[in-house]
Design a protein around this ligand. Sequence first.
Ligand code: GDP
Length: 418
Amino acid sequence: EGSMLNVDDDHIVVGTAGHVDHGKSTLVGSLVTGTADDGQGQTRGFLDVQPHEVERGLSADLSYAVYGFTDTDTVHMDNPHRKSDRARVVEESDRLVSFVDTVGHEPWLRTTIRGLVGQRLDYGLLVVAADDGPTKTTREHLGILLAMELPTVVAITKVDMVDTDRVAEVERAVERLLRDVGRTPFLIERHGVAAAVDELSDSVVPILRTSAVTMTGLDELDSMFESLPKTTNHDRDDFRMYIDRTYSVTGVGAVASGTVGSGSVEAGDELQIGPMPDGSFRDVEVRSIEMHYHRVDRAEAGRIVGIALKGVDEEDIERGMALLPAENDPTAVRSFEAEIMVLNHPTRIRDGYEPVVHLQTASEAVIFHPDEGQLLPGDTGTATVEFKFRQYLVEEGQRFVFREGQSKGVGTVTDVTT
Ligand code: GDP
């Protein structure tokens, strides 16, 4: 079930985020079921992530809630826990929208960043409760969605709980937050949903008033999700997969799992894997491929797969390494140049700052060397980023989050030749 998800163009994948209790699960539950919540959160549960599901096996499917559209209708789910119900939605719909919980559960934040910086999400949906307003977590999650370059919609939730003055106040606070990080807020309340669909991009962020109890804003979300195009594109065709997990299967040998980032892979392909600690890449052959616990001959971009490899032992490979075609000539790097935006740091960041960087599937200690000697909170600057302990395959344009307890900021790789 669900194995067709994540790939076809008639299927968009929305990553959800927001402060705990701000109404994310309830909103998604009301959207996918098409029913109002009773104010006690009876529609939530659609995004409840069990850690073992995230960690489970070769083919863990990270989508938890799905609904769809035909030319004339919306196809709703009845029960999140029934696989047959999900299969029905997939079968009956011409267009699917599935929701992936990206950063909801703080203890798993590291896991989810790792799983999702490389995941092919199309849009972000960030919730901000009208009673609490934006919090530090809201800011952190916004930073992560933007780091993933995701066009994002902000839903102000629970508008039934407060008066309209308070809603307007929270709206203004969200607008300020967006301007702080260089984005243009776009009020759907004022300009309408059709204009929002046209304007939505990674720099223009629509803000919508919603309530799962009164169903406020849900038609607008439906219209948006019904018409928004898929944003993930196939801008390169050569195979690339950053490894998320490795293990060893008796009789099969080393297995590397992850999401195919670009291109496709077939059983029998000659690949290379690395970098090894000394910076080299090792030749390997694809023994077999599994997807959703089924053997397949070929897997394409967007698929979550386990790839059994000939020519390498499990203890030689690890998370953060890449698999790529044997004929490529990759260079592992110890440092790279990046444009950095500091979202949240109590003081200026000086030369020698040591956060952890989440880049593709790697989480690694680094040292920052700002070009101007320092980076200021709320500001953008450039820096050389040096891996403390090892080398990685890094490419221009890749996005990363840097953390020190919490997410402190985001960056983009600008040059790997340093
Ligand atoms: P999450 O942690 O962000 O997924 O938040 P939940 O969806 O679990 O919601 C937290 C609480 O807020 C629950 O008790 C919900 O019933 C309540 N809630 C969520 N959305 C709304 C809403 O639109 N209106 C009202 N009145 N309560 C809501």
